[in-house]
Design a protein around this ligand. Structure first.
Ligand code: ADP
Ligand code: ZN
Ligand code: ZN
Length: 815
């Protein structure tokens, strides 16, 4: 007898599951991991069953689930276990955790087809030839026979119609006699309409509530979106969007649904390298780990250009050869295309395929890839952060490339770290986790040094290519000689001129986008701040307006000071847009392009610019951090870093680590081909160890010095941190609640946990919300978790809304 009740995690920001009754007709179809449609308040929500319950709860008004979405539960038991771990560790609302793990619910009618497999066909043939089949029931064999007689595919429908019980069907599927495939129904269009925010010159006009939702989605929350998706997310009618298009707030264009940069470029032939000695040694260590067949973490610390990708690919191959599956996580979407393509070329033909999962896929594409994985058709998954939840079974290997990248941390609820979840998942599934980096995070390297992880090292580039030579440009001296305030020093100018002369390429990195990142009044000293956030507005010259980089609000460019009406308004702090303009002036003959979030608003634009640079159609590429990661450009001989200091001066204990990593990564972009590379780092603090060690590309030296600092200060890895933000649009509420919460914290302060705060958060106001902050620090994580879960129950009992308190465990940023 199957259970009559189930606990469902619903996508609401509450820290609880909800119990529903399972109606008679649906019993036997529901099990942990099934997605169900459940009534909640006045809506129906898609949730996931996390537990079956035998005894009815006391509540008399218990409601019934109305529909079961999956025949095969969407989540595997291991994924449910992983979800519970995330809930406990990150203290995240359970429904939001499970929502992050589920495939998108697509509007398109998915057609599920039941097809006989090779094994199924053989079995029917045997049966017809008179062989006895002892271990299958009559119903099961009947069904297989019926299936073999059918001309087209059989659609998955109610079990009464099919003439087989769901359990029997599942059993046949599990034993490989039949497959359940999903196919998209009709409506297969080649292009879709993309809508983007354009703003208008007259930005003083007030936006209505609906228009505001559209604006916010198209700017800070998502960026340009397909029309259908926009309508759904913003919950507005088509008429609203059409009016906004007419009024010049929006722009729109047609884009191919599967753009040209199809990750599965079938003609691609990967370069065949036999592993060199160092790669071979690293790979051998992975192989022995597989031989043990148990959980373990390996850290592959290989300098940039040491051929780590090759080691990854062999390791995946090895996992597949042992009948296992593999997950490959990369820090950004562009790299999923690149590594996905290589995986496809290696494994696509032999093994049912490779799936690619990332957030720039449409819901339909993502659902298709997700179910290919769930159905066992794809055994290699390449993706960004959330691909860690890919429903692979029989997992043998998880690779986390560039494990130190911040993009693995999700900065919205649930605030998990993809790398850390990867390690926990590997442990749950007795798999190996292979972390790779040229600049491992301090925490990871610390574990490797302590023997918790196995350390594999590749100290040289492939074919003994040299690392780029790195030089410092001391901006104080440069100024003393030239008396110029241009962000392009004499040395950098000469370096670029040389590249142009010898037809090689240059990358120029700057950390801010926009034209000027601060607007000040010289008379009264006021700076122009965002109306919603305590942040300076950034001037965007080509769009002729000021923008907030946190909430996306815009303002007209002031001609006079908004406070005192003085006309001495001063723009300062040069961003990427300004730098591009300067470079064009200084190098009129150069072919120059800029790559940042403003110029690469869609993946197509991004690919186009990178493609043009890789193909030699450009000489100079200027841009933000986007340039630093992963790319393998062969003709780059010069990398210039305009200001290494901007990231050093942030109020953040990870500032030095970030600066070192960024400089080392970007230096790794130079000299990857036959030509040697040169890196120029402009700085006002050449003595800082983060800069010195980056110049010598000496990871170990940096690690030692930074570790000493962390030990002294009691920062991770010597302690665990949690950041707690109390926020509300109403200032009094934010103050009252943080005071009340501090009444809970203060008696515990000092008993194994240090509690700092409440203090105004560095970003005191963000998206119209006032923010107060507590910083919790403890050498023992379990104490921290205990105190925080106590705090959350305290909030419940003291009328502090759950949504007003945000917990960030292991925060990467303390803003
Ligand atoms: P990393 O990720 O360590 O920075 P990559 O994996 O991108 O380095 O490899 C750098 C380059 O070296 C690539 O172009 C790759 O094709 C090439 N390569 C990899 N292994 C070898 C090898 N054994 N011999 C020669 N070239 C190799
Ligand atoms: Zn003024
Ligand atoms: Zn703002």
């Amino acid at each position: 007898m199957s259970a009559a009740y189930c606990n469902v995690a619903l996508p609401v920001p509450l820290r609880t599951t909800f119990t529903y009754a399972v109606p008679e007709a649906l019993r036997g179809q529901v099990s942990p991991g099934s997605r169900v449609l459940a009534p909640f308040r006045k809506k129906s929500l898609v949730g996931v069953v996390v537990e079956m319950v035998e005894t009815p709860p006391d509540d008399a008004k218990i409601r019934e689930i109305s529909k079961v979405l999956d025949l095969v539960p969407a989540l595997t038991p291991k994924l449910i276990e992983l979800g519970h771990w995330i809930v406990g560790y990150y203290l995240a609302p359970i429904g939001e955790v499970f929502r992050a793990m589920l495939p998108p619910v697509t509007d398109l009618s998915l057609r599920r087809e039941i097809v006989l497999s090779e094994a199924g066909r053989n079995l029917v043939a045997d049966f017809q030839a008179g062989k006895a089949l002892t271990d299958l029931s009559v119903q099961q064999v009947d069904f297989l026979q019926k299936l073999s007689e059918k001309k087209g595919p059989m659609l998955l429908g109610s079990s009464a119609k099919l003439g087989i019980a769901p359990e029997d069907l599942q059993r046949l599927q599990r034993r490989g006699f039949l497959e359940i495939r999903e196919s998209m129904q009709g409506r297969k269009r080649k292009t879709q309409r993309i809508v983007a925010w354009k703003g208008s010159e007259d930005s003083s006009a007030q936006l209505g509530e609906k228009e505001e939702r559209v604006r916010s989605l198209l700017t800070t929350e998502r960026g340009p979106l397909p029309l259908a998706k926009l309508l759904k997310l913003a919950e507005v009618s088509r008429a609203v969007v059409e009016r906004m298009l007419r009024d010049g707030w929006l722009e729109s264009w047609e884009e191919a649904i599967d753009p040209a940069e199809d990750p599965f470029d079938s003609g691609y032939i990967p370069p065949a390298h036999s592993l060199n000695e160092a790669q071979e040694r690293a790979f051998a260590a992975v192989r022995s780990r597989f031989e043990l067949g148990e959980f373990g973490v390996l850290l592959l610390h290989g300098v940039t250009g040491s051929g780590k990708t090759e080691v990854y690919l062999r390791s995946v191959q090895e996992a597949l050869a042992r009948g296992k599956t593999a997950l490959v996580l990369v820090p950004e979407i562009a790299l999923t295309l690149w590594i996905g393509r290589q995986c496809r070329a290696w494994f696509g033909a032999h093994f049912e395929g490779v799936a690619v999962l990332h957030s720039a896929l449409s819901d339909v594409e993502r659902a298709r890839e997700w179910w290919r994985v769930r159905n066992g058709q794809a055994r290699v998954v390449v993706g960004t952060r959330s691909a860690i939840f890919a429903p692979v079974e029989n997992l043998g290997l998880i690779i986390v490339d560039e494990e130190q990248e911040n993009s693995y941390k999700q900065e919205e609820t649930p605030r998990y770290h993809g790398r850390d979840v990867a390690i926990v998942r590997a442990k749950l599934e007795s798999a190996a986790a292979l972390l790779g980096s040229a600049t491992p995070s301090l925490e990871t390297y610390h574990h490797a040094v302590n023997g918790k992880y196995e350390l594999l090292r590749i100290a040289t580039r492939v074919e003994n290519r040299l690392l780029a030579s790195v030089e410092i440009v001391d901006l104080r001296q440069d100024f003393a000689h030239t008396f110029q305030t241009s962000p392009i020093s004499k040395a950098l100018h000469e370096g670029i001129a040389e590249c142009l002369e010898f037809h090689t390429q240059a990358l120029v990195l700057i950390n801010r986008r926009g034209y000027s990142w601060s607007v000040l009044c010289r008379s009264c000293g006021a700076s122009v701040q965002c109306v919603n956030c305590s942040i300076s507005m950034t001037h965007h010259k080509s769009r002729n307006r000021l923008e907030c980089h946190y909430c996306g609000s815009i303002q007209p460019v002031p001609k006079t000071c908004p406070k005192c009406d003085s006309k001495y308004v001063y723009f300062f702090g040069e961003g990427s847009e300004h730098l591009e303009e300067r470079l064009r002036k200084e190098f009129p003959g150069g072919r120059i392009a800029r790559l940042d979030r403003d110029t690469a608003r869609t993946k197509q634009q991004y690919q186009e610019t990178l493609g043009a640079f890789a193909g030699g159609a450009l000489d100079i590429l200027v841009g933000t951090q986007m340039l630093a990661k992963g790319h393998d450009f062969q003709r780059v001989t010069l990398v210039g870093v305009v200001s290494a200091d901007s990231s050093l001066s942030l109020p953040d204990f990870r500032a030095a680590e970030r600066t070192f990593q960024l400089l080392t990564q970007v230096a790794g972009r130079a000299g990857r081909g036959e030509l040697p590379g040169r890196v120029l780092i402009q700085t006002f603090y050449p003595e800082h160890y983060a800069i010195q060690d980056a110049v010598h590309q000496d990871y170990l030296s940096f690690y030692e010095r930074e570790l000493t600092f962390r030990r002294l200060m009691g920062y991770p890895p010597f302690s665990s941190l949690a950041n707690v933000i109390v926020r509300d649009k109403n200032l009094e509420n934010a103050i009252r609640w943080s005071r009340r919460l501090s009444e809970y914290f203060s008696p515990h302060d000092g008993k194994g946990v240090r509690v700092l705060g409440p203090a105004s958060a560095p970003l005191a106001r963000l998206k119209k919300e006032h923010r107060y902050q507590f910083l919790l620090k403890s050498p023992k994580r379990s104490l921290l978790t205990k105190l925080l879960s106590g705090a959350l129950s305290f909030c419940g009992g003291n009328e502090i809304p759950q949504t007003a308190v945000l917990v960030d465990m292991d925060p990467l940023s303390l803003l």
